[in-house]
Write a protein that binds this ligand. Structure first.
Ligand code: ADP
Ligand code: ASP
Ligand code: MG
Length: 436
């Protein structure tokens, strides 16, 4: 059972989580995110330190500390547990205060970002203690490992977790941190923003769980982005493939990589709402449920690159050379379209863009468009469903489309548009495809 930031962000919410995890006697691992707003606050503290603005960092740390002091007063009622919680807060905020005097580094940044999940899990455990609910805190840094390519080491996680669980055969409730991990150098690291979902799926896969429940602030995966479109509805059933495409192409409810571990080890995933625990939510399994369009998602900050071969035709070997440039710079390509003389690709990671562009210039002329958005239309066998393309293009008639990707996957049609057309496109598709 994984609970996101809003599910633990208020004292009453955290207490509600305790009720949810004690509803039955099944053995379970509870994965917690940081309290909502905390990771953003830690990012800001880190940025202030990186900019050598110590007074700003100090103010931000003090504000965060005050937030936690108030949180503890509402969460806990007994003097003894409050005292314990204050000792924990002192430890973590002392760490943050000490770093004000240390010079900034990437390793330190990761240590700072880890404080949120460390705090939320420790406070939750103190609350369980106050309520006399038996539990064990499993430190994620003792089992969640990533390799030098930032890939989780499922085999190692499995072995380490089994060893830890074996030590507590008599216990049913295990609490651990989402998001944080240890890297190949043994340093504290993380699974990137929103990574608690990924932690939960990896853990569920590692222990061969009967289900991986992702508890959040909405009743499951909706057919469109509820932050952008007013009328959206929850989807009851999705296949792993559909859910993975939606997560990868921008549905914020799931971390982009969070589906594959569950899919690989065939653990069903359920998306559930902490605020409405009895709502059905979304069930994700091997079975899609129905054929046709299920949902639309959008992913921003996309860069499109067009390489026009200097030779008039795309001779064999040209694509390989183009792809090798991206491979060399460990930058993955999301969309690709080709014509006789040119190839267009999109990337969502600009870190190595200058080197990539420079190397691509050797093959021909290179053009680039930043601030693009991929809009993905996802559904089972969508590419084989009659009229889908007509419906999509009728719906978005006023929108200029830069690229179209169709047929690469059976479950997805993707369009590339300029970012400023995103809201309009999502609304038009909501109407044209779902009649909402
Ligand atoms: P948590 O803190 O629990 O991980 P997130 O904020 O990461 O929660 O994810 C839940 C949010 O994802 C929802 O509140 C919603 O605004 C957003 N969201 C974006 N796209 C979708 C979608 N297709 N279905 C449901 N929620 C979505
Ligand atoms: N706390 C982390 C974040 O805000 C991880 C998560 O919430 O999933 O990104
Ligand atoms: Mg999230």
């Amino acid at each position: 059972m994984k609970f996101g930031g809003t599910s633990v962000g208020k004292p009453q919410r955290m207490q509600q989580v305790a009720t949810l995890v004690t509803k039955d006697d099944e053995r379970k691992i509870v994965v917690l995110s940081a309290l909502s707003g905390t990771t953003n606050a830690l990012v800001e503290i880190s940025e202030s330190l990186a900019n050598r603005d110590r007074s700003a960092a100090k103010e931000q740390i003090e504000a965060l500390q005050q937030h936690y002091r108030n949180f503890v007063l509402e969460l806990l009622q007994e003097a003894e547990t409050r005292e314990k919680a204050n000792v924990i807060l002192n430890e973590h905020f002392e760490f943050l205060t000490i770093i004000l005097k240390i010079s900034f580094s990437q390793a330190l940044n990761k240590d700072i970002l880890a404080q949120g999940e460390l705090l939320s899990t420790k406070l939750f455990c103190i609350y369980l203690e106050e309520k006399k609910i038996g539990h064990v805190l499993l430190p994620a840094l003792d089992f969640m490992t990533i390799d030098s390519y930032d890939e989780p080491q499922v085999g190692t996680i499995k072995v380490k977790l089994a060893q830890l669980l074996n030590k507590h055969k008599d216990k049913n409730i295990f609490v651990t941190q989402g998001y944080i991990s240890r890297n190949a150098k043994g340093e504290v690291d993380n699974l990137k923003r929103g990574g608690s979902d990924y932690s939960a799926s990896l853990i569920a896969a590692a222990i061969n769980a009967s289900v991986c429940e992702i508890w959040t602030d909405i009743d499951g995966m909706h057919n469109n982005d509820p932050r952008v479109v007013e009328k959206t509805k929850a989807i009851e059933q999705l296949s792993f493939d559909e859910a993975a495409e939606l997560a990868y192409f921008g549905a914020k409810i799931l971390h982009p990589a969070s589906i594959w571990p569950a899919q690989f080890f065939n653990v069903p995933v359920r998306l559930l709402n902490t605020l409405e625990p009895d709502a059905k939510g979304t069930l994700i399994t091997e079975v899609a449920g129905s054929v046709g369009v299920k949902a639309v998602a959008a992913k921003d900050n996309i860069t499109a690159i067009r390489i026009k071969s200097s030779r008039m035709l795309l001779a064999y070997g040209f694509l390989r050379k183009v792809f090798e440039v991206f491979e060399k710079h460990r930058t993955s390509i999301d969309m690709i379209t080709t014509s006789e003389v040119a190839v267009s690709v999109t990337i969502d990671d600009d870190v190595h863009l200058p080197e990539i562009l420079k190397e691509l210039e050797a093959f021909g002329s290179v053009e680039m468009d930043t601030n693009q958005t991929i809009v993905s239309i996802v559904g089972n066998e969508i590419a084989e469903t009659k009229d889908v393309m007509k419906k999509i293009f009728d719906a978005i008639e006023p929108i200029p489309v830069r690229m179209v990707s169709y047929g690469g996957s059976k479950h997805n049609v993707s369009l590339l548009i300029a970012r400023n057309y995103k809201e309009q496109t999502l609304k038009l598709l909501n109407n044209g495809l779902f009649g909402l």
